[in-house]
Ligand binder design. Structure first.
Ligand code: GDP
Length: 531
């Protein structure tokens, strides 16, 4: 049994660490900004927008973001609200999102899914939702842009349930939508919260009164009548918000609101604090590690080199899972078995850095020049533990990368090795090695651009890509004889990944199924664990 450290237990209890998932344009940036505004971080709130409009991008490789007008990196925003420390993991908001986004979800305890009332559940939201479902992390839903004409709120609930297969239970209900939108009614108290429209730049005061007592002065009686009917329907469906089902990812509480006009933000924040769980025990090779274990532990979920070209550094982002993190503490790195003194730690936001002296479960720490850390590595004090490896997400795009200048082969190899270790891209080679050019693979096409761009700007190496027709990879395992005599269609290619694990590239799902039938003793797995 572990002892319990009461300070760690108390600090962990007040941490809420989450990420926002959404399709581009649903309003993630606006919601982030408004949450920070309510958290009192007015300056940072401005910077979120600034970052999106690229004014804040100063580093070299952020050039790519500038050129493309997109965000390719994730950072963390922390703020205090009513005694809680809220850590918001920022994820890239582009269509062509990456494994980076997926992995960021591995470090979150909860996800907030932002949906545009007019558009419903869109493709990227769905993909990200599946990752949350796979990890059983609770998902809270914010239906945004209720001030704009969109779907009927009841249709919105049906849309979430049908597309995502999760039970959608409203936490509040909108009083009118589009131009009629006047506020929301709270499920728990039955009170109506009425808002004044304003510029959205400041907090807004609202009137609260029981829904049943609303007069024609408060709200157009027709709008009131319709909202009352819908609300009656929702309540009579008999589904209560059930924290246990939310925790298991079987139910999502739905909040209606409008980030742009501040309608429902404060209400959402209070509901979020009720429903987003504090940091949970994490699985390891020694069973579940409780957060209040006195010894520190954490894992690396993101590596990023050269965030700041003036320093040419590498930052490892660490999620604290148990105990207390202290500046320059001595820890164990179980993968190498070494004892190390942790380098300077930072809280990072965009280009800003602030030294961090301590951290508790749920916190995200940026370690500058951490040495030999790899994605998924555990770092701990006291008894050695290893957290579950990070899943490697199945890539959907494949290409051969060539170094254009033969004199720069060394730099090319060094740069590529760095980018692979960071998890920026996956790499496959022919079995048996040799000089063959590497096959790069990634979830999104944008990741290839990032690799080309960074090889050029950080390693001064020009590269070119030739696209390959493959669409999926399967890691193979089975008896040695069966692997040796694997029966493969011509359209496939046998490869090994960066960690020496054997795999096959396929052009279609049909090919995978055919090959599986031909080789019944071999397993073809869509996911491999890294490291
Ligand atoms: P992101 O791509 O998900 O980060 O989306 P943004 O936060 O940048 O929002 C996309 C667009 O929708 C912007 O023009 C916002 O001003 C607008 N928007 C965001 N929230 C709302 C809202 O609640 N109501 C309305 N009418 N527009 C909104």
């Amino acid at each position: 049994m572990f002892e319990v450290d009461p300070v760690v237990a108390r600090e962990a209890q007040r941490r809420r660490t989450f990420a926002i998932i959404s399709h581009p344009d649903a309003g993630k940036t606006t919601l982030t900004e408004k949450l920070l505004l309510y958290g009192g971080c007015v300056e940072i709130a401005g910077a979120v927008r600034g970052r999106k409009s690229q004014r804040a991008a100063t580093s070299d490789w952020m050039e790519l973001e500038k050129q493309r007008g997109i965000s390719v990196s994730s950072t963390v925003l922390s703020f205090d609200f009513e005694g809680y420390r809220i850590n918001l993991l920022d994820t890239p908001g582009h269509h062509d999102f990456s494994e980076d986004t997926y992995r960021t979800l591995m470090a979150a305890d909860c996800a907030v899914m932002v949906i545009d009332l007019a558009k419903g559940v869109e493709a990227q939201t769905e993909k990200l939702f599946r990752v949350c479902a796979m990890r059983h992390i609770p998902v809270l839903t914010f239906v945004n842009k209720v001030d704009r004409t969109g779907q009927e709120p009841l249709a919105m609930l049906a849309n979430i349930e049908e597309k995502l297969g999760i039970h959608a239970v409203p936490f509040n209900w909108p009083l009118g939508t589009g131009p009629d939108f006047r506020g929301i009614v709270d499920r728990l108290t039955g009170d109506a919260h009425l808002f004044d429209r304003n510029s959205g730049e400041q907090r807004i005061a609202f009137d609260t009164k029981p829904f049943a007592e609303l007069t024609a002065e408060d709200i157009d009686p027709i709008v009131r009548e319709q909202a009352a009917e819908e609300w009656e329907l929702v309540l009579s469906a008999g589904d209560d918000l059930d924290p246990a089902l939310i925790m298991q990812g079987m139910m999502t509480p739905v909040f209606f609101g409008s980030a742009y006009t501040n309608f429902g933000i404060e209400h959402f924040l209070h509901g979020f604090l009720k429903l987003c769980p504090p940091p949970q025990p994490r699985k390891s090779d020694h069973g579940l590690i409780p957060v209040d274990r006195p010894e520190f532990s954490g894992f690396v979920f993101k590596l990023q080199a050269n965030l700041d070209p003036r320093h040419r550094d590498l930052v490892a982002f660490l999620r604290v899972c148990s105990g207390k993190f202290e500046r320059e503490m001595e820890v164990v790195h179980p993968r190498t078995g070494k004892k190390i003194k942790l380098p300077r730690a930072h809280r990072l936001f965009a280009q800003g850095r602030e030294t961090m002296d301590e951290g508790y479960p749920g916190d995200i720490i940026g370690l500058v020049n951490p040495g030999e850390f790899r994605l998924g590595d555990t770092i701990c004090g006291g008894r050695q533990v290893n957290f579950e490896p990070l899943p490697q997400f199945p890539p959907e795009n494949f290409a051969i990368l060539r170094c254009e200048d033969t004199l720069r082969r060394k730099q090319f190899a060094r740069g590529l090795e760095q980018l692979i270790n960071e998890g920026a891209i996956q790499c496959f080679t022919r079995p048996g090695g040799g000089q063959a050019e590497p096959i790069l693979a990634a979830v999104g096409v944008l990741q290839f651009d990032v690799v080309k761009f960074r090889l050029q700007s950080e390693y001064n190496t020009a590269t070119s890509l030739s696209w390959l027709p493959y669409k999926m990879v399967r890691w193979i395992d089975g008896p040695a004889d069966n692997l040796k005599d694997l029966k493969l269609p011509y359209s496939t290619r046998r490869v090994v990944d960066h960690y020496g694990k054997e795999a096959v590239l396929f052009e279609s799902k049909w090919d995978v199924e055919y090959t599986q039938r031909e080789n019944p003793k071999v397993t073809f797995s869509a996911v491999s664990s890294s490291g």
